[in-house]
Design a binder for this molecule. Structure first.
Ligand SMILES: NC(=O)c1ccc[n+]([C@@H]2O[C@H](COP(=O)([O-])OP(=O)(O)OC[C@H]3O[C@@H](n4cnc5c(N)ncnc54)[C@H](O)[C@@H]3O)[C@@H](O)[C@H]2O)c1
Ligand SMILES: [Zn+2]
Length: 378
């Protein structure tokens, strides 16, 4: 077991000269179009210009970034040869920047580029992970790149940047944080160190997510969710994710559902699957029961505690107006049924499946999809 993270974490509004040094000449800023339109990108532009750094803006980003956008960014990176790469935005902008860095390095780009990440949503924890999730629009399949070369030199957590996040995105991204932390906690690779990050993240989500959803300008709630997202990222970066993410990676892009919302729909059904085999408790039940303590719904019987945990997550999901099933999310039954075999197969082959605490077959995954489609409990 090792627990290593080379990323310097800065909370609040930084002195960029102190952070990146004064000798940098040219930056590539990978950012979401909203950041340009709203003027938020001045957060980077103004101090960088004041430091005499030339900034090239690449803002061709859409939610669930595609291979084509990454390829266009690699072209810019190779032709401009910047010595700083900055990602400013949600997980989509950050993952695009990470993939640009990954493929540029493979194509021979100089390795001394300083990589700085500034998240503007509280969800993916991508500012602290070696993961980048890229979508192939042709088959609507998500692929995870995993490489430590995508770990930033520094990440800035400034909650004031998240105040403008719309409630719908706050809810979806926030339930993603909870899913990251829970999957990391029950992972076979979990350790005391990843547990510490996951437990704190779950505590913060439980206390602050609904407040951040209902009151956008609540800075304490925003800061707490920003920290929770980062902590959950640190937890799963070392402990890995499980089938909740495998199932979400397959069905989310296919149904055009946001990543976090898809995870939130699946979460109770995945916990039920991982803890119970036709009435027999499975080993993760004890771990879920530990989480019930954090959510204030424990019981001295692990099975009951796990049921309470599921109920508690369903209550949070309903407070966040996240659908309770894929049917409720608007997926048509005939389309779902014709895609089911292929989606389950894709989920089985997803890299996250290996991190699940219980072994799965394609028919198990199909059953979880069916339960999550109809909102049924076996
Ligand atoms: N790399 C990882 O470790 C990891 C982990 C989980 C998910 N992901 C990936 O991250 C992506 C989802 O990222 P996300 O949930 O952060 O959403 P996102 O980046 O797709 O952004 C969602 C929407 O919010 C808007 N937005 C972002 N910041 C804003 C702000 N401050 N104010 C107003 N609007 C704002 C964006 O313009 C966009 O329309 C998915 O592709 C998912 O697969 C990556
Ligand atoms: Zn996620």
């Amino acid at each position: 077991m090792s627990f290593y993270n080379p990323t310097e974490l800065y909370c609040g509004s930084p002195d960029f000269a102190e952070l990146i040094g004064s000798s940098r000449k040219k930056a590539l800023l990978v950012t979401d179009p909203y950041m340009v339109k709203s003027g938020t990108y001045q957060y980077v532009m103004e101090p960088f210009h004041a430091m005499g750094i030339d900034v090239i803006v690449f803002s061709d980003i859409v939610p669930d970034p595609t291979i084509d956008q990454v390829a266009a960014g690699v072209d810019v990176m190779l032709s401009e040869n910047p010595d700083v790469l900055v990602a400013l935005g949600g997980g989509s902008a950050i993952d695009t920047a990470k993939a640009i860095l990954y493929f540029s390095k493979k194509a021979g780009c100089q390795s001394s580029v300083y990589f700085l990440v500034i998240p503007t949503t509280s969800g993916t924890g991508s500012e602290m992970t070696s993961f980048s999730v890229i979508t192939n629009p042709k088959n609507k399949q998500k692929y995870e790149l995993i490489d430590d070369c995508m770990l930033p030199q520094a990440s800035v957590l400034d909650p004031t940047l998240t105040v403008s996040v719309p409630p719908r995105v706050t809810a979806d991204a926030g339930i993603d944080v909870l899913t990251h932390a829970i999957e990391a906690f029950v992972s076979p690779r979990a350790s005391d160190f990843t547990d510490a990050c996951a437990e704190k993240a779950i505590q913060l989500v439980n206390r602050w997510l609904v407040t951040a959803y209902q009151r956008s300008g609540h800075l304490k709630a925003r800061a707490s969710m920003h920290h929770a997202s980062c902590l959950a990222g640190m937890a799963f970066n070392h402990a890995s994710l499980g089938i909740n993410h495998s199932l979400a990676h397959a069905i989310g892009p296919w149904a055009s559902l946001p990543h976090g919302r898809t995870n939130g729909i699946l979460l109770p059904y995945v916990i039920a699957f991982n803890s119970d085999d036709r009435g027999r408790d499975l080993p993760p039940t004890e771990r879920y029961a530990e989480l019930a303590v954090i959510l204030g719904c424990s019981s001295d019987k692990p099975r009951q505690a796990t049921r309470n945990l599921i109920r508690s997550i369903m209550k949070m999901r309903s407070d966040l107006d996240i659908p309770a099933s894929f049917q409720e999310a608007g997926i048509r039954e005939n389309e779902f049924m014709s895609a089911l075999d292929d989606l389950a197969e894709r989920a089985l082959n997803d890299r996250c499946t290996a991190g699940n605490p219980v072994e799965v077959t394609v028919s198990d995954l199909k059953n979880i999809y069916l339960n999550a489609y109809y909102g049924r409990w076996r």
